[in-house]
Design a protein around this ligand. Structure first.
Ligand SMILES: [Zn+2]
Length: 330
């Protein structure tokens, strides 16, 4: 065979392999055989929350980006637009008013301006909606009314509201903070370190007993109402938060363990191109998705909501606001 023919066939073969890999990346990924999951589809006993305190919860959307469903969920053969939200959660417990994650500050773009062009055009590109400070003002509050902000993990988009919250203590899982000091704090031109500023840092450990099938826990106020559990993989020390209350349904905030609910319902990761860019440990993160999948099957009464899941957050807020107006009317 002539050299030119060889080059042509080589090119065609490489192209075919490349196209094959590209197509494969959109196909569903096998997690484990479905049989054992089916056996687990038994509703577990529901927690009696009648003696829990009243806790108000509000998702505060600060920004968003729209992506095709096949990017948010691997194996979803759909280009339907899905909204990825950038939110903080305002939680009003009798013992403390605090945030779970911090949304975006009003000057977030000045922080992002110092990152690479690639970052600004990909992960750092979003539509700004409203700053966390402006949301607090709308609720008749300032950052001084917050006792602390608890961070699900230390990716930039979860700490981006901190410049609006000067002096507010940051509660961080020790595992997450120690791991971030090895690289994450200083990546993208030190973006996370700059966003965290001089706010005091209060480290905690999820060193309590297993909780709802998760390996360990921390009962934040000692009353069983706010329980933190490790959801590792996306980052080493990511924490989810159960909210058990008497004035509304149980909630489970997932950080970024799932972007949208299909990720734990199927379960399925995001498209591998994004998943590999944002995931610290692939195998651990997929195990966490399986844990969430099993929990969701056994607890249909609990709302599992990811911090980027615009649909679920809107749905929750609609029910929450209807409940509040009902309570006011009676
Ligand atoms: Zn995120």
């Amino acid at each position: 065979m002539k050299r030119r023919d060889l080059a042509t066939w080589g090119g065609i073969t490489l192209g075919a392999i490349g196209a094959g890999l590209a197509i494969k990346s959109f196909l569903p990924q096998r997690f484990m055989s479905p049989a054992p999951w089916h056996e687990q589809k038994v509703q577990a006993p529901t927690l009696d929350t009648s003696t829990m305190p009243q806790i108000d919860v509000a998702f505060l959307r600060c920004g968003s980006v729209t992506i095709p469903e096949c990017i948010a969920v691997r194996g979803a053969f759909s280009l339907a637009p899905r909204t990825i939200a950038y939110s903080g959660v305002l939680i009003r417990h009798p013992q403390a008013t605090f945030l779970y994650d911090t949304g975006l500050s009003y000057d977030i773009h000045t922080y992002i301006a110092d990152t690479s062009l690639l970052f600004r055009k990909t992960l750092g590109s979003f539509l700004f909606v409203q700053s966390i400070n402006s949301h607090l003002a709308h609720a008749g509050m300032t950052s001084h009314d917050l006792q602390f902000a608890l961070l699900s993990h230390l990716h930039w988009d979860h700490v981006s509201g901190i410049p609006d919250l000067p002096g507010v203590p940051l509660r961080i899982n020790r595992v997450e903070y120690e791991a971030a000091k090895l690289g994450l704090l200083d990546s993208n031109g030190g973006l996370v370190r700059r966003l965290m500023g001089n706010n005091p840092i209060e480290l905690f450990d999820c060193a309590g007993p297993t909780y709802e099938g998760f390996r360990s826990s921390l009962d934040l106020f000692g009353d069983g109402s706010i329980i933190l559990v490790p959801l590792p993989g996306h980052t080493p020390g990511q924490v989810g938060m159960f909210i058990n209350r008497s004035n509304g349904p149980r909630l489970f905030l997932l950080g970024d363990a799932a972007w949208i609910n299909e990720n734990y319902l199927r379960p399925a990761t995001m498209h591998p191109f994004i998943w590999s860019a944002v995931t610290a440990d692939d195998a651990t993160a997929r195990q966490t998705l399986i844990d969430l999948h099993l929990f969701a099957l056994q607890h249909p009464e609990v709302s599992l909501i990811g911090m980027h899941d615009a649909n679920m957050q809107e749905h929750f807020m609609a029910i929450e606001q209807a409940g509040m107006s009902r309570a006011k009317a009676t």
